[in-house]
Design a protein. Sequence first.
Lengths: 326, 447
Amino acid sequence: MVNGKKLYVSSSPHTRSKSTTSGIMLDVVIALVPSLIASVVIFGLRALLVEAVSVTCCVLFEYFFRKYILKKHNTIGDFSAAVTGLILAFNLPSGIPLWMVVIGAFFAIVIVKQCFGGIGQNFVNPAIAARIFMLLSFGKMMEWAQPMGKFLNITGVDAISGATPLSASSDELPSLLNMFFGVRGGSMGETCIAALLLGGIYLVLRGVISPAIPLSYSGTVAVIMLIAGKGDFNFVLYQLMSGGLVLGAIFMATDYTTSPIRLKGKVIFGIGCGLFTCLIRLFGNLPEGVSYSIILMNILTPLIERITTPKPFGTIKEKKVKEAAK
Amino acid sequence: MKVPKGVLTAVKKVRGGVKVDHSKGTAEQDVVRMPVPAKVVIPMQQHIGAPCEPVVKVGDEVGVGQLIGDSDKYVSAPIYATISGKVSAVGDIKMPTGNMAKAVTIESDGEMRLSDDVKPPVVNNREDLIKAVRKSGLVGLGGAGFPTHVKLNFDQTKGIDTLVVNAAECEPYITVDYRECIENSWDILGGVYTLKEMLGFKNVVIAVEDNKPEVFKVLKSIADSSEDKYNEVNLMTLESKYPQGAEKMMVQSATGRQVPPGKLPADVGCVVMNVGSVAFISRYLKTGKPLVSRSLTVAGSAITNPMNVRVPIGTNIGEIIDFCGGFKTEPKKILTGGPMMGIALVGTDFPVLKQNNAILAFDENDAILKKETDCIRCGRCANACPMSLTPTDIVRATKAKDVDTLNRIGIMVCMECGSCSYSCPAGKPLVQHMRLAKALVREESKK
């Protein structure tokens, strides 16, 4: 009590860093903006419509499911649902019927995220799980829109569907420059590598993500593909820039909740993702491997954590104890 | 900062830690001596260990430096009158931690008359020195308050070779060690070489963070002094990050050795001393005046004139704040110690203790911490932990009251430095969970 007014008393420390959950998520949203703009430029306003529906549905599902079914505090203010919605949309073709987007958002937020305890508790990345769920459920997911169709076409009906670079025969391949700037078929957010890298650099500079996972993931893919392609660097570049690998490595594999927290674990995680991606691409029958490899490594994360948790300070390693005993 | 020749850097760097705002606005202000207070309240427990028993009674006349409390227990430190005057009360008072402790109240006669007992000690060897340090009432001035004579009376057969003099002062706001280095460099010099000679250290490392160039110059001249014949005293510069100045971190930086869980620096051949304690020993050997006053940093957003003050131990905290111009705005949180490890007070009616190094008062803006939200498993806490712990695992095990897991993941090595709570974007009071976990483990081990 000072002058009759009560003081705050709490356990130390009495100061906190400025970073907050909502601030981190907002940074992720900012990092996604270049890709958002690129998707609209490349795939037309229809892309923006899908993205808006996805984000809105994710936020609303989170709000209503927590309020009326779980009866827990409101968490939409942390922007994590918005991030999930945006990333989910980036994983969809622009021509997808909107009701499918709604179902995807429901699966991501309600089934994968909230049913397992909400933010920080889900064991796989909601956006990836929803993408896989949709891939398995809807054939429409495979009808990748081609870029620069009709900018103002928002019905999605006339979108030209075609092959993505991964399934195209070599004479149909877009040029490397077109690959880099995203002028090719694919999911809305995955094609423009330039925009994704911009977002990734922003996140690393802001300290939101560590570059460990993106680098070890893409590094592993590059090395394996170099061997598989018998030293053909063009083949490696096409592999790195196609099939949502950059989107996955920067924005989905680095999801805090479903990736290891320590550097060593992150590197193992990234290498694992790269390995599974290559296995699926080289030997598998699936359209693409990024989602499956990330989700597999998500599931392995608790095990990675277990082997990479360091011993507490000053604890002597068992080997040394044995040596000392000798 | 480029490390000059002949200056050491950390043998093994401290992992984790956090970059805190230094907020050391009082660094360039001389320590101001506060006028003698009308009365002081001197608690009998100002150290880790057994409390002292009062040896004076109401009505006794006492002089500065006269013994007023002592204990026959080994881990304890005697307590002296810090002003001259009459003992007006001997009884229980409430301490900042909420515990009760016996205390002696002295009403000042305004004279600050030295007691006749104050005589410089005669120190010729190691035993004399340890006895003298015991008699001086010195406890670790860095904040923990561990009786110094216990620390210095290490087992000589254990091969203790290194003295680390800690001038890191990594807590924000606090600048008393900084001022000690600038103003009393001769005392530090004397203390370092006396301790080295008497206790036979082969290696003395003076450690300072690289954000204090002025102190660096002073300490460099001490390390380069002509008294250092065999170049056994060296200055070490450390990256400025919190908790660089923690005892175990100091040992690791200076020698690369890690203090095992539940052990002391002496178990790995090191003694770590705060720079203020070293300087005090030197002064005590010259004057014989025991620990009766100390310097404090008074700062924070609610203090009108932040400054460094020297006050008699037992001075009322409210009076010290008034001396510093009182409150600028309505205070919402008042601490003794730094913002990372300090104790929040319920009011200002407490006496200053030997180990207090700061009084901080914060306005509403600084007092209200960010709102707690859900953990997103970002791992910032685990990466900030200098002890390689995983706070999130500890929180989970604590909630489940799983003592076996807590022991396995090493909760007892946690030193409550606060790096995890500081870095948490979800605003979780992680250190509070750590304390609960430790209490749980202690309770279980008693069964």
